[in-house]
Design a binder for this molecule. Sequence first.
Ligand SMILES: Cc1ncc(COP(=O)(O)O)c(C=O)c1O
Length: 402
Amino acid sequence: MTTSRHPITAEEAAYWSEIRKQFYLMDDVTYLQGGTVGPSARPVIERIIGLMREFEADPLHRRHGDLLRPLVEASREKLARFVGTTPERIALVLNTTMGMNIPGQGLIWERGSDVLLSDQEYPAVRALWTWLAERDGLNLNYVSLPVPPSSPQDIVDAYAAGITENTSVVIFSHVYFTTGLVAPITELTRLAHDHGAVAMVDGAHAVGMVPLDLSEVGCDFYASSSHKWLLAPKGVGFLYMDAKYQNKIRPVIIGHNMRETDAASRYDVNGTRDLIPHAGLGDAIDYQLDIGWESRIRPYCLGLARYLKAQALERIRGARLTIPMDESMSGFISSFSIEGIDLSKVCQYLWSDYKIEVTAIGANDQSFFRVSTHFYDSYDDIDRFISAINEIIAKYPDVHLD
Ligand SMILES: Cc1ncc(COP(=O)(O)O)c(C=O)c1O
């Protein structure tokens, strides 16, 4: 049996509604911003609070063998399994920004060579390469991504048009922070390698949203922030690096990591620090695996995104999708524009009048809502969101651009 308006059974809706209670999210808030920072589930937070108490009872011993270090290594193993690689290839860092900086700053790029990236890479990543280009005399070449592309091949073609034999590194996102577009990273990696270039993937949004098998992708580097879709403690991310870069990268921060080792853990954030967030990463992964990431979470979230896109087109006048319907190019982020409407102002009213958290983003001379729907969100939340937009457009003259 399906509920009257929604393509899931009443039992299923009740199941997810119980799951929503396992978060500290306020009851009256509709959180469609998990792409920026994801809320951790209560069991994960309770676990890390418990670890804090245990640790503080004997900080000297419980930092290493007696408590935290084995948990950090267990997290590394669980993460490696989740993304299709081995623990030796994973550096545990604070976030994607740090993960991208390790090879960006740590490798020596040939002076005068080209760096290829798209006009939709994340601003912090663009800043890194702008800075490196100035410092090391590199040429930054941007390709423009269509919004939306009509097939994964459009994205490969856009990069292929910009790549040359002088390209030393190609940077692309697995899931674009702008529209939510899922890029064909295996094909983009192949394109980079065919031209002798390094393939560096910004996977900030992908892990916990899109299935990932790094052993198949074959990229050189893949960085991600686990505090987004994996709902891990904040300040937890990782960098995957191909074995051939082990010890070729100069660590940006030198300390106990000065000696060469066989494992990417050499590039972990180092020096004395709080190990608890990384210890809690394994719990965050287990939390989603216990629900069933592949069997329950992903199908449910894809269903939410499908419904959201259909409802936006059906119920909002002037709405246009900026993300394909096709699920080979989209995941749990949906995006759409509304002709003649100032979406940033609508976002302000959505928060002030409805307690709906969502963001408006611009790319390719277009402005659109970026809506992140995770498994703590519901079909009712989407109905509320769509109705609220229509009410705001009808009520507030200042959201109209003309
Ligand atoms: C595509 C992309 N890359 C990198 C980042 C940076 O992530 P962090 O701030 O966790 O380093 C973000 C953050 O939103 C992002 O969306």
